[in-house]
Design a protein around this ligand. Structure first.
Ligand code: ADP
Ligand code: ADP
Length: 227
């Protein structure tokens, strides 16, 4: 089926002392196509570990992840990952950062540039193409990261505490901008936060994780109007 299917996902890491540490155990979760799913839980409960397995950046110790019926076993086309840090390349301009995705997919430079300029306009950054990330405010850097994550029109959008470091007001603005883009493009979203209010405000479904080992404790369907 379309969407994301996580079944019995377990991830063990080797500690520096060469002991195994179970970061997540037996995580099973389905994200419907176009659904906005938030994962909430305390620091260290395995939220990022779960996302790393879904992204294909890491390999599960047991269990499986399927994205649109395809087993994830590496970086997958159609999956975008917005990291916790801004994860912008500091030596690249705003335009250069947004261009990375389409260029990696083989879009001709000229076409990719037009597309990137259009995306920067959509996130309110027309005129800032030639700036460098350090010349932007926190909210603006998040906009660049969102443009970079969405420019390839991903079916799956993975977000790891994207607005965690922002002030309350900027956070609210960015949450609204994200919801607008999500409603327009309808990717399936897995969104990590430790803020339950944020999860309930944004998501269709909220997954509560607990630690030692990280596993799912509860899943709630949210049926509230969005802000
Ligand atoms: P969260 O995102 O919920 O804060 P993480 O998924 O980052 O939690 O981490 C879960 C647990 O796994 C933590 O105890 C963390 O220290 C451990 N962990 C994460 N990545 C690694 C790794 N590469 N090697 C060893 N332990 C790790
Ligand atoms: P936000 O980026 O949501 O405005 P910030 O607090 O991160 O919030 O922004 C700090 C300042 O950066 C803003 O008050 C504004 O002066 C400037 N700024 C942010 N976005 C833009 C923009 N799209 N165009 C012009 N200036 C901007």
């Amino acid at each position: 089926a379309a969407g994301i299917d996580i079944v019995g996902l377990t991830k063990r890491y080797l500690t520096p002392k060469n002991e195994t540490f179970t970061a997540i155990r037996d995580v099973t979760l389905r994200v419907e196509p176009g659904e906005f799913c938030a994962i909430v839980g305390p620091t260290g409960c395995g939220k990022s570990t779960t996302l790393a397995q879904v992204s294909g950046l890491e390999r599960p110790s047991a269990g499986s992840v399927r994205v649109h019926d395809q087993l994830v076993d590496g970086i997958t086309n159609g999956v975008s990952y917005m990291f916790q840090a801004d994860a912008l390349f500091p030596w690249k301009t705003v335009l250069g950062n947004v261009l990375i995705g389409p260029v990696l997919l083989g879009t001709p430079k000229k076409e990719a540039t037009l597309l990137a300029r259009d995306w920067l306009r959509r996130v309110g950054l027309a005129g800032f193409e030639d700036r460098y990330p350090h010349q932007l405010s926190g909210g603006m850097r998040k906009r660049v990261a969102m443009a970079a994550a969405l420019i390839n029109n991903p079916r799956i959008l993975l977000m790891d505490e994207p607005f965690g470091a922002l002030d309350v007001q900027t956070k609210a603005i960015m949450q609204n901008e994200l919801l607008q883009l999500w409603e327009e493009l309808r990717p399936s979203v897995l969104f990590i936060t430790h803020d339950l209010d944020e999860a309930v405000a944004l998501a269709d479904k909220v997954v509560i994780m607990t630690s030692s080992p990280g596993t799912i404790k509860d899943v709630f369907d949210i049926d509230l109007p969005r802000p």
